[in-house]
Design a protein around this ligand. Sequence first.
Ligand code: UT7
Length: 318
Amino acid sequence: MKYSRILGTGSHLPARVMTNADLEAIVDTTSAWIRERTGIEKRHLVSEGETCCDLAEVAARRALDAAGVQASELDLILIATTTPDRFFPSTACLLQQRLGVRGCPAFDLQAVCAGFVYAMDVADRFIRTGAAQRALVVGSETISRILDWTDRTTCVLFGDGAGAVVLGSADEPGIVSSHLHADGAYKDLLQVPGGIGNGRPEAAFIEMKGNEVFRVAVTTLGRIVDETLQANGLSRSDVDWLIPHQANIRIIQATARKLDLPMERVVVTVDAHGNTSSASIPLAFDQAVRDGRIRRGEMLLMEAFGGGFTWGSVLIRY
Ligand code: UT7
């Protein structure tokens, strides 16, 4: 029996920072509203010409260094993204070329904010079946490119960034279990309505019925916690760290309460990064690994909820 183990992590944030005060000059908002309703203080944004692949490459190289793995040893490259550089080739193929690798499968996966947990599940299946020994899994986003900067209900919420992990085949977990779900009945609550369905793509921006998304997110994430623990015969106290998708501090706090976890055992980056969609979990994960909070042997629960709706969890013995 083979399992996937985390060999290394990496992340990258673009240099440009936008604070809540900066946003006050752009839309009718206040720093206090943003902080109190979301927990966000600032976010990083790409500059002119900076792309999803640029962010992914730096995160990927850092993860490969941390893992002690050469790019040539990879036999799978997977990028979760909603904001790829091009319609095609996939950003994963662009990254493969930058890393100087040829031949291994490389593809993008689009599950919006749940993209990273989806990608971890897929990579885990490659490794468990022996189809891959070393997999690079990246979450990378330039969400700022699909924001309507006149819409205060969305533009204050998001940021750009990338995170990556290198997974390797091992005799023990590693990834203990993963649980994925989707329900397209909610397609209109959180969406970018533009696309190629109506011909040439027009300018396309995020639209969200935030309040309704919030309510479904809290109950759904509560259920995914129960599902993950029950599937493994675990109790809440078996989880050492919660590494949640970073959409809103109030959603994160609700999931922590569900787990009976103090906030000191929850990796929070929403204050500094905003919502970076599929990049938020690997960004938070890498930060807590590098600052020494998360240690080998600990049990980690990742969970995410996003447009679709899509949601899921990954339970990891680190
Ligand atoms: O990552 C994918 C999943 N996404 C999420 O999980 C996001 C889920 N939703 C949320 O995080 C929250 O619903 C928001 C942060 C988006 C909004 O917070 P809320 O507490 O649900 O506020 P609301 O939408 O109910 O709006 C409350 C008020 C409204 O004014 P009125 O109608 O009460 O007069 C809004 O117009 O806040 C107003 N408002 C703002 N005020 C200042 C909305 N956006 C802003 C803003 N600045 N940026």
